[in-house]
Design a protein around this ligand. Structure first.
Ligand code: SF4
Ligand code: SF4
Length: 91
């Protein structure tokens, strides 16, 4: 599923959410090249699109290698289970 709000593109399935800030992205392609599962492809402007999000293993390499903090990966289950009281993660 893809949603767009302002310059943020959000790709998600049950496990994973990948958020691309197209205002900050400079289309360098680093995230695409580092992804070991070939989840990301470039669109016509060079912005990453999570075309194969079901193959994402949440290794975070795309997020860690992006020089512009323009791509973020979230584990949706962990976020959903985050305990607001003590900050622990519940299974
Ligand atoms: S978290 Fe890893 S597998 Fe998922 S899109 Fe980023 S680089 Fe690819
Ligand atoms: S590494 Fe960052 S700036 Fe480069 S294409 Fe990916 S999201 Fe955009």
């Amino acid at each position: 599923m893809v949603t767009k709000k302002d310059n943020m593109k959000v790709y998600q399935n049950e496990e994973t959410k990948i958020i691309v800030n197209e205002e900050w992205c400079k289309s360098c392609g680093i995230c695409i090249n580092y992804c070991p599962k070939k989840v990301l492809v470039a669109n016509e402007k060079g912005y990453p699109v999570a075309e194969k999000i079901d193959d994402c293993i949440q290794c975070m390499l795309c997020e860690l290698r992006c020089p512009d903090f323009a791509i973020r990966v979230e584990n949706r289950k962990k976020v959903a289970n985050y305990n607001m009281k003590d900050g622990s993660l519940e299974d």
